[in-house]
Design a protein around this ligand. Structure first.
Ligand SMILES: C[S@@+](CC[C@H](N)C(=O)[O-])C[C@H]1O[C@@H](n2cnc3c(N)ncnc32)[C@H](O)[C@@H]1O
Length: 252
């Protein structure tokens, strides 16, 4: 990695480097990465609100299934051209929302969220990711229907950290479609890609604009180094120290 990095904060956790700030400002200061696996704002002005009815009653909201603020950047069309310019094999979730700017005849990854359950009136049965490399389209089954969530994000084990959160199992599956080496997620959110990278023993760079999600991502990545993955038969164990950098001068 090289150059001046315009981040408000950088956290180095094991093999992961997490930046707080705008990826458009930060990416030019970073070096080459080996893969991009990301889930950007789709430009659909998504509103969470499972608990919104309780808001008026003045009750304390739990984040069990989320009443979240609007996502930064989700109020305008997403332009992925700066991701293409990185020149790394890329997987971009939600790319069906901007498919008019994608290269044709590439691989699509499909996340089947219903797994045989009935569809909800709102929300899609599947989510789609576009891959920059060609190949057969693939499907991943992982239940995620309202508060019915499979695996470690099940309500018994975890609160929902982010309105657009992806299952770590899904992001782990994605990593099998990109080459080895440094994984970049420039729209890290709550850090699901980072947790998957840690478990795969891969270096990771994450960028997030919103400080509250950045802090959650730092904690989840740190936990991924500290805790064994109860939902996988085996996992790589990595370093656990955390180093904090003061970026007042701008350079990382
Ligand atoms: C769809 S969410 C990612 C959710 C993530 N996959 C997860 O599992 O938590 C997109 C994230 O990108 C962040 N974001 C939006 N614009 C950004 C920008 N210019 N630079 C960095 N992050 C940005 C938003 O704050 C949001 O958290």
């Amino acid at each position: 990695m090289s150059g001046v990095v315009n981040a408000k904060r950088v956290e180095v956790i094991g093999q992961c480097k997490l930046y707080l700030g705008d990826c458009i400002d930060i990416l030019p200061g970073l070096g080459q990465v080996d893969a991009v696996v990301t889930d950007p704002p789709y430009g659909m002005a998504y509103k969470s609100g499972h608990n919104s009815a309780r808001k008026g009653a003045g009750k304390v909201l739990s984040r069990k299934d989320g009443d979240f603020k609007p996502i930064a950047g989700d109020d305008k069309p997403f332009d992925p051209s700066f991701i293409f310019a990185l020149g790394a094999p890329s997987i971009i979730w939600g790319a069906n929302h901007f498919n008019h700017v994608l290269l044709p005849r590439r691989r699509w990854l499909v996340w089947n969220k219903l797994c045989g359950k009935t569809a909800l009136p709102s929300g899609s049965d599947v989510e789609l990711a576009w891959c920059s490399e060609p190949g057969p389209d693939r499907i991943f089954d992982h239940l995620w229907r309202g508060i019915m969530r499979a695996g470690e994000e099940n309500i018994v084990h975890s609160v929902k950290h982010h309105p657009n959160q992806k299952p770590v199992a899904l992001m782990s599956w994605c990593l099998g479609f990109v080459p080895a080496g440094i994984v970049l997620d420039p729209f890290m959110g709550s850090g699901s890609t980072g947790v998957a990278a840690v478990r795969a023993g891969r270096p990771f760079i994450g960028i997030e604009l919103d400080e509250s999600y950045f802090d959650i991502a730092c904690r989840r990545v740190q936990d991924a180094y500290r805790q064994p993955n109860m939902f996988a038969p085996s996992e790589p164990v990595g370093p656990s120290e955390q180093v904090r950098f003061d970026l007042e001068g701008g350079a990382a």
